[in-house]
Design a protein around this ligand. Structure first.
Ligand SMILES: CC(C)(COP(=O)(O)OP(=O)(O)OC[C@H]1O[C@@H](n2cnc3c(N)ncnc32)[C@H](O)[C@@H]1OP(=O)(O)O)[C@@H](O)C(=O)NCCC(=O)NCCS
Length: 173
């Protein structure tokens, strides 16, 4: 089951980020420590004694310079932004990502936050992430080009209805 990340997990989190850095933004120890301090949710899933997945999410008002976070901050008063989610290659497609999203939905619902937001790459494409987020009920609310036009992301949002069970497949599995 997911639990809060601690500094003792940072090395494993950095390794997971590095393994999928092509579809994320780079992280080093200093930046991860800063993001950890700003995060509303920083969760990990341990499997067989190792960190097999992590998720970092921020509320509005965080001190975070990501262009995708800023895109939402300029348009939404209240949101919970999932900055990154990574499941180790050999642990994927077994529900870990969905379990991490259940925590996100529960936190947003508890705190009356109306929107969960995130993005994924569409150029070059990340079809596993596109499918994962569509299955959870996310919809596209915008697009932007990054890295001098070499990357295009789809900005995504999921409505939160307080007291409701999570939509899509978040509640399943
Ligand atoms: C995207 C990711 C977080 C999903 O986590 P997960 O634990 O594998 O996903 P779950 O098992 O909870 O959900 C599985 C669903 O995700 C989608 N999915 C997951 N892996 C997939 C793959 N390799 N190919 C296609 N769809 C995939 C499917 O829709 C699947 O549901 P279905 O089989 O019923 O259609 C994970 O694959 C990952 O970490 N990928 C690498 C990093 C990444 O892309 N992060 C997101 C950046 S925006």
């Amino acid at each position: 089951m997911p639990r809060d990340a601690t500094p003792a997990d940072f090395a494993a989190i950095l390794a997971l980020n590095e393994a999928f850095v092509a579809v994320l933004s780079p992280l080093d120890g200093e930046r991860l420590a800063r993001l950890h301090a700003q995060a509303e949710l920083h969760r990990v899933i341990e499997q067989d004694g190792r960190v097999a997945a992590f998720l970092l999410a921020f509320r509005e008002g965080a001190d975070y310079d990501s262009p995708n976070y800023r895109w939402f901050a300029q348009r939404q008063a209240r949101f919970l932004y999932v900055d990154r989610i990574v499941v180790a290659g050999d642990a994927q497609a077994r529900g870990a990502g969905s379990r991490l999203y259940r925590d996100v939905y529960a936190r947003a619902s508890r705190d009356g936050v109306p929107l969960i937001t995130c993005e994924f790459d569409i150029e070059p494409p990340n079809p596993a992430s596109a499918r994962f987020h569509a299955r959870l009920g996310f919809r596209e609310v915008g697009r932007q080009q990054l890295d001098h036009g070499s990357k295009t992301v789809s900005l995504q949002a999921l409505d939160v209805v307080a007291g409701n069970t999570p939509p899509g497949k978040i509640g399943a599995g």
